[in-house]
Design a protein around this ligand. Structure first.
Ligand code: SF4
Length: 391
C-alpha cells in the first residue's frame, strides 16, 4: 500500500497573466497532485479574489491523455477551427515551452493554416501576416554595457547582486506581480534609490519607493491603439491633474540631465506616435489623419491569417523541425520534459494596510543622506511631499 502524501499549501499567483491583476492564489498539493486552488486573502492586491478563470485553473493540468486526444480530434474534424493559446505566463515555467510548441503544430498537421477561420487565433502582443508598426529603436542597436533581461529571475538576481542601482518602476507593482516577493522585497531594500511612477500608490510604492512620481490616466494623454483590424486614436480628453506626468515627459527630462543626446527627437507625443504608426499595415496613417477620419482607420491587413502562406521561417514554409531551436540548444521538435520537483514555496509577507493615493504630487518618501535629489533645490514640505516639477 503506497503512503498518502501529506498536503501542503503554497502562496503563489494566478498563472493567467492578466497583468497587472495577477491575483494571489493559494494552492494545496499532496505530493505531485493538485488538491485545490483558492484566492489568497493575504495577497495585498487581490485580497482573496479569484475570478472564474482563476478558479478554473485546476482544469489546465492533470487531464488524462484521452481528453486531450479527443479535443485534438474534434479540432482536426472541424473545418473552421481556431486555437487561441492563452495564459502566456503558464508557458514560462520550467517545461512550459513544450505545450505551445506542440499545440502550434496542430493547425498545420490538420490542414487549418491559411483558411478563413482556421489556424491559431491572435494572442495579445503577437503580430501576424503583415501586421506591424515601425521601430523607433536606434539603428546602431543597444549601446548599453550591461543588459538585464526582462524576466523575473534575471531581474531578481540583478537586484540581489547590486547590479541595478536606480530603477525607475513605471506602472508596475513588482511586489505584487513577482512570484517570489519573499526574495524581492529584501533585494529591493538594498537598492540605492527606487523611483516609482504610477497612477496610484501601489504596494511597491508603499513598501519600497524612495521617490514617487504620479502618473496619468489614459484620458489625460495622447495615445493610439491597434487591433488586428483597426488602428484607433486615443485623444487627450482631460487636462493632466496637478503634477501628474507621462513617461514621455519624465524620460526626455532624465535624458537631458544625464547628457543623453537624441533620446526623444520628436517635438511632442504626436510626433512619437506618428513615427510608430507610419507603416504599410496602417496605410501610413498619422495622428492628424486619424483625427480627420473620426479617430480610427482599418488596417491594410488580411483578416485571414497567412492567405498565401508565406512564413517567417528560414524556408518560408511551415517547419515542424526547428533549426533555430536546435541552435539554441533546444530539441528540434517538442518533447516531453518532466517538471522539476518544486523547491521551497515563496511566502508572502503580511498584508499592508490599504492606502489611497494622497494627492498627485511627486513625493520623496524616504530622503536618504548622500543621494542626489532627482529635481535639486526643491523644498520638501512637512508631510514629506516634494515640490518637484516635471521639467
Ligand atoms: S483570478 Fe482572474 S483576474 Fe485574477 S489574475 Fe487570474 S484570471 Fe486574472
Amino acid at each position: 500500500m503506497s503512503a498518502v502524501a501529506s498536503e501542503r499549501t503554497i502562496s503563489t499567483l494566478c498563472p493567467m497573466s492578466c497583468h497587472p491583476t495577477l491575483c494571489g492564489m493559494r494552492v494545496t498539493v499532496a505530493g505531485e497532485r493538485l488538491v485545490r486552488v483558492e484566492g489568497d486573502p493575504d495577497n495585498p492586491d487581490s485580497r482573496g479574489f479569484l475570478c472564474l478563470r482563476g478558479r478554473a485553473a485546476p482544469e489546465i493540468i492533470g487531464n488524462p491523455a484521452g481528453v486531450i486526444e479527443s479535443l485534438a480530434l474534434d479540432y482536426a474534424e472541424t473545418r473552421r477551427a481556431l486555437i487561441l493559446v492563452g495564459g502566456s505566463s503558464m508557458h514560462k515555467g520550467a517545461n512550459g515551452r513544450q505545450a505551445p510548441r506542440a499545440i502550434a503544430r496542430l493547425p498545420a498537421l490538420t490542414g487549418k493554416v491559411g483558411i478563413p477561420g482556421g489556424g491559431l487565433g491572435p494572442r495579445h502582443g503577437a503580430s501576424a501576416h503583415g501586421l506591424a508598426l515601425s521601430s523607433i529603436l536606434p539603428e546602431q542597436g543597444n549601446a548599453c554595457r550591461a543588459v538585464v533581461p526582462n524576466q523575473m529571475p534575471a531581474m531578481l538576481e540583478a537586484f540581489e547582486a547590486g547590479r541595478i542601482e536606480v530603477p525607475l518602476l513605471s506602472g508596475t507593482d513588482m511586489l505584487s506581480s513577482f512570484a517570489d516577493r519573499g526574495r524581492l522585497e529584501p533585494a529591493l531594500a538594498r537598492v540605492d534609490l527606487i523611483v516609482c511612477h504610477d497612477l496610484f500608490a501601489n504596494d511597491a510604492i508603499r513598501a519600497c519607493a524612495d521617490v514617487e512620481l504620479p502618473g496619468t490616466a489614459w484620458l489625460e494623454q495622447l495615445g493610439c491603439k491597434m487591433t488586428h483590424t483597426h488602428v484607433y486614436l486615443m485623444d487627450e480628453a482631460l487636462p493632466t491633474s496637478r503634477e501628474t506626468g507621462t513617461l514621455s515627459r519624465i524620460l526626455p527630462g532624465l535624458a537631458e540631465r544625464t547628457g543623453l543626446e537624441g533620446f526623444f527627437p520628436w517635438a511632442d507625443d504626436a510626433g512619437l506616435i506618428d513615427a510608430v504608426i507610419d507603416h504599410p499595415s496602417t496605410g501610413h496613417v498619422s495622428v492628424a489623419a486619424l483625427r480627420a477620419e473620426g479617430g480610427w482607420r482599418a488596417m491594410t491587413v488580411s483578416h485571414q491569417a497567412h492567405p498565401d502562406n508565406p512564413f517567417s521561417t528560414p524556408s518560408g514554409k511551415v517547419e515542424f523541425y526547428s533549426e533555430r531551436a536546435v541552435a539554441l540548444g533546444l530539441p528540434g521538435v517538442p518533447v516531453y520534459e518532466p517538471v522539476p520537483t518544486a523547491g521551497g514555496a515563496p511566502a508572502l509577507p503580511p498584508a499592508l494596510p490599504p492606502e489611497a493615493h494622497p494627492e498627485p504630487l511627486p513625493r520623496i518618501l524616504r530622503p536618504r543622506p548622500g543621494l542626489a535629489h532627482p529635481a535639486p533645490a526643491r523644498a520638501v514640505d512637512g508631510a514629506g511631499r516634494c515640490g518637484a516639477r516635471y521639467t
